[in-house]
Design a protein around this ligand. Sequence first.
Ligand SMILES: [Zn+2]
Ligand SMILES: [Zn+2]
Length: 250
Amino acid sequence: MKLTIVGCSGSFPGPDSPSSCYLLEAEGYRMLLDFGNGALGALQRHIGLYDVDAICLSHLHADHCLDLCPYHVVRTYSPDGPRPRIPVHAPADAPRRLAAAYGMPDEPGLDTAFDFAALTPGTFEVGPFEVTTARMNHPVETFGFRVSYGGRSVAYSADTGESAELVKLAADADLLLCEASFLDRPDLPEALHLSGRQAAEHAARAGAGTLVLTHLVPWYDPADILRDASRGGFGGRMELARSGAVYDLG
Ligand SMILES: [Zn+2]
Ligand SMILES: [Zn+2]
């Protein structure tokens, strides 16, 4: 299983990265976790324009889902003809919300390009991957993911405040992509985002192998996020996400 960080900028794109988007590949199958604004551009550095086989959306904040709209154009209006529909696993309201964002009536919405399936907590299969979801601690319905293949697992926090569900989801994962949106300070909001320290504490409790700090918001210096994370008691390998970084999980 190979993980490519397409976009890791938190809340809005930065000069060096689009918003959230992670590419997972195994057996030639290509699945995206989130498709935030700007990600469709950077994605084309890594795979062909039409090569996405499935998409999972954690939640319907713009920085996690909005590039599904331009990707509908890609798959529907290609000069070589429309491409086959692909599955999109997303919160139940996704078809209506993304049709509205695109400027399309609810029927047909974006259905010519995408076969929407509503997420619920649990485990299901997408191509060769086993995908487990759990609800995170964020103001809108938000799902974290654990993707497993060949005995290896990647967990992804999506956006979340402190969450016992995230610790469970990431238990013994080889790699945890954990959001670290806040600089650490007393009285952080409880159900919104994590600081670097809190991300590292979650990784330590989960026993994750590698912690990749992501959803890095451009108004902060990432070095400060990493410094906060060093106080979280996590003993494993820890680094900042970077657009274009590739992790080969074997
Ligand atoms: Zn976000
Ligand atoms: Zn969010």
